[in-house]
Design a protein around this ligand. Structure first.
Ligand code: SAH
Ligand code: SF4
Length: 394
């Protein structure tokens, strides 16, 4: 915790309550949806068809109102409405950067807030989503790591982030039509690189990604989803088996001594153990490489020797090294490496045969860059608290 302990739970925020007793359908797996419909009285032999119909309305056309589901009988629609809701997390605010990056502040049940970032690029549009409020891990360069975990997001809250971004981008096909000729998608890729450690919320992340990948709905290919982990080794193989998405790992150091400090989960599963798990990741190939994320911290992990050690360590793993210039936050104990240092490091890695892009910070003017997400919210909260104090309202 920093000296000015961030306010992580805004007790003044009143959660948006679901209407009494109605279950939210967003985030249910196909099997859970079937169960829910049968529980409401849908005959078992109709259940499969009803699941398919609802699934298409929810995830292919993005419809939120049962009344619009015109291929269902009116009485059935009314019955659905009496039992269920179609609810997304609430967008509290949206900021758009000069570079087109959009940042959404999203409120979930209980009044907690997470941030979601949409990054448009020439050939793709990437949505960076969160899996937890806060994080149980305490990586020393990450602002999320200074906060305690508040809670895991539900599957509905995770897939809901994708759905609300599609709302904002106006990217649902008109009911009755396919995605067919709509051209390239605005939201084409997902990265689980927002707040939280996705592999510590495995089941909900898996269910949400299964919904996003389902061909009858949002239909994003598993190759367009990247999950970033700090190195929860026992869950890495499970991620391949049960989700099948691409893997990124927050590597950040080339000796256990330094990694223990930067990414303390290294004390539990060290570099050698982590690399063994990554070597076993199925389907590894040049087109399905592991992304090694490497934050550039001045004088800590950015020497030529580090670069050379890095390429020796990962020898044999199809990999791409994403160099992330450190994004500073108030009270951070590190500085960003000089640009010339980052370039030199990239060059050594590149000459060893690995792609080594330097990640351009996006949306800096709206504090949307990696590792900054929560700090922006906290700042806003703090100033609200300060204003309240100044005006004698607190
Ligand atoms: N918990 C997961 C995913 C979320 S963090 C993980 O650790 O992999 C997404 C990426 O941003 C990680 O690689 C993380 O190490 C990096 N990151 C965190 N804080 C940062 C900062 N201040 N500057 C640059 N990158 C940061
Ligand atoms: Fe958690 Fe990832 Fe931040 Fe580490 S880098 S504290 S695992 S969010």
């Amino acid at each position: 915790m920093t000296a000015n302990a961030p306010i992580t739970q805004d007790v003044l925020t009143i959660p948006r309550k679901l209407p009494e007793g109605r279950q939210n359908l967003v985030g249910l797996t196909r099997a859970q949806l079937r169960e829910a419909l049968i529980g409401m009285g849908t005959p078992e032999k109709q259940a499969r068809m009803r699941v398919n119909q609802l699934w298409q309305w929810l995830y292919h056309w993005g419809v939120r109102d049962f009344a619009q589901m015109t291929n269902l009988a009116k009485a059935y629609r009314a019955q659905l409405d009496a039992h269920f809701t179609i609810s997304l997390p609430e967008v509290v605010s949206k900021q758009v950067s000069a570079d087109g990056t959009r940042k959404y502040l999203v409120r979930i049940a209980g009044g907690h807030e997470v941030e979601v970032v949409y990054i448009p690029e020439e050939d793709r549009g990437t949505l960076c989503i969160s899996s937890q409020v806060g994080c149980t891990l305490t990586c020393s360069f990450c602002h999320t790591g200074t906060q305690k975990l508040v809670r895991n997001l539900t599957a509905g809250e995770i897939v809901g982030q994708i759905m609300l971004a599609r709302d904002d981008l106006d990217e649902w096909p008109a009911p009755g039509t396919g995605t067919g000729d709509a051209g390239p998608r605005l939201l084409s890729n997902i990265v689980l690189m927002g707040m939280g450690e996705p592999l510590y919320n495995f089941d909900n992340v898996r269910d949400a990604m299964k919904i996003a990948m389902d061909g009858e709905g949002i239909a994003l290919s598993r190759r367009r989803i990247t999950l970033s982990t700090s190195g929860v080794v026992p869950e890495i193989a499970r991620c391949a088996e049960e989700i099948g998405c691409l893997m990124a790992v927050s590597f950040h150091a080339t000796t256990d001594e330094v990694r223990d400090k930067l990414v303390p989960i290294n004390k539990r599963w060290n570099i050698a153990t982590l690399l063994d798990a990554l070597r076993e990741y199925p389907r590894l190939s040049n087109s399905e490489r592991i992304t090694f994320e490497y934050v550039m911290l001045k004088g800590v992990n950015d020497s030529d020797e580090d670069a050379r050690r890095l390429v020796r360590l990962i020898a044999g793993i199809p990999a791409k090294i994403n160099l992330i210039p450190f994004n500073e936050w108030p009270g951070a104990p590190y500085e960003r490496s000089d640009w010339s240092r980052i370039e030199r490091f990239a060059d050594i890695v590149h000459k060893a045969g690995y792609a080594s892009p330097i990640r351009t910070p996006r949306g800096e003017d709206i504090m949307a860059a990696c590792g900054q997400l929560k700090s922006a919210t906290e700042r806003a909260r703090k100033s609200r608290a300060q204003i309240a104090a100044e005006t004698g309202l607190s």
